[in-house]
Design a protein around this ligand. Structure first.
Ligand code: FMN
Length: 245
């Protein structure tokens, strides 16, 4: 395995950080790695807001469902899907921009995900780690107001970054045979395969929590998917000018 493959396969979310700062120029290089990701039709629809204001960080801790690492991380970034500035390009050429398409929601959101994962990987290569924060969508309108996001901009997720003060194990993923199919979708995953994987996940949690938690993967999914998933999102996205057509 080469170094990049080793790096990618050693990803783990980190939620405890040292006080070591991430210099602005280092952050800038990482953001340039994000910009280097592929982008649908060259739209470059990701804007990153680095939240430095400690008051805003504290508010975000609460808005994201009490996640204290938003405040304790050296950096906290909010990745925004941004169709707003595309309006400028259209105005420059006197074209009337059509917005509201679900397709545009998909492409702008994908742009953010690709951008962010490049940032996280670049960070990792420099000894900096972190965690995505989808929790900012719990109170997405309040986050939108706090960051003064204009129309056609929505916060997809946040990301804590810092030098790690914990060393979690890599979380086991589903077996390759479950996620990689040939030529067609073979719906051939059986409960035996999932049960074996569940045992690996239980072991992972036992080790990570000193035996306090030993939840299986399928158990987690079964608990999660009986709950509504942020049902406010549809109306929110429509109000931002997405998902209208
Ligand atoms: C889009 C996205 C949003 C996430 N949101 C949160 C979050 O709000 N809080 C958190 O602690 N972890 C969050 N995570 C981290 C996942 O829980 C984590 O990636 C997953 O459990 C796999 O663990 P690993 O990253 O250590 O391999 C998020 C991950 C992604 C990709």
């Amino acid at each position: 395995m080469n170094e990049i493959i080793k790096l990618l396969q050693s990803h783990r979310s980190v939620r405890k950080f040292t006080d070591q700062p991430i210099p602005q120029d280092v952050l800038g290089e990482m953001i340039k790695c994000g910009q280097a990701a592929a982008t649908s039709s060259f739209i470059q629809a990701c804007t990153v807001i680095q939240v430095e204001d400690t008051g805003k960080r504290e508010q975000l801790v609460g808005l994201a469902g009490n996640q204290p690492y938003i405040a304790s991380a050296a950096r906290f970034l909010v990745y925004c899907a941004d169709m707003n500035r595309l309006q400028l390009a259209c105005d420059m050429h006197k074209s009337e921009m059509l917005s509201g398409f679900t397709e545009q929601f998909i492409t702008a959101t994908i742009d953010c995900a690709l951008f962010a994962q490049n940032v996280l990987t670049a960070a990792h290569s420099l000894g900096i780690e972190g965690v995505y924060i989808g929790g900012i969508r719990n109170n997405i309108q309040a986050v939108t107001d706090l960051l003064e996001l204009p129309h056609l901009v929505y916060p997809v997720f946040g990301m804590c970054l810092g030098y790690p003060a914990q060393n979690p194990e890599v979380k086991p993923r589903l077996p390759l045979s479950v996620v990689l199919k040939k030529d067609r979708y073979q719906d051939d995953t059986d409960t035996q395969t999932i049960s074996e994987y569940d045992e690996q996940v239980r072991d992972y949690y036992r080790t990570r929590t000193g035996g306090k938690k030993d939840t299986a993967w399928s158990e987690q999914i079964a608990e999660m998917l009986v709950k509504e998933a942020r049902p406010h999102m549809k109306a929110y996205l429509e109000s931002r000018g997405y998902l209208l057509k």
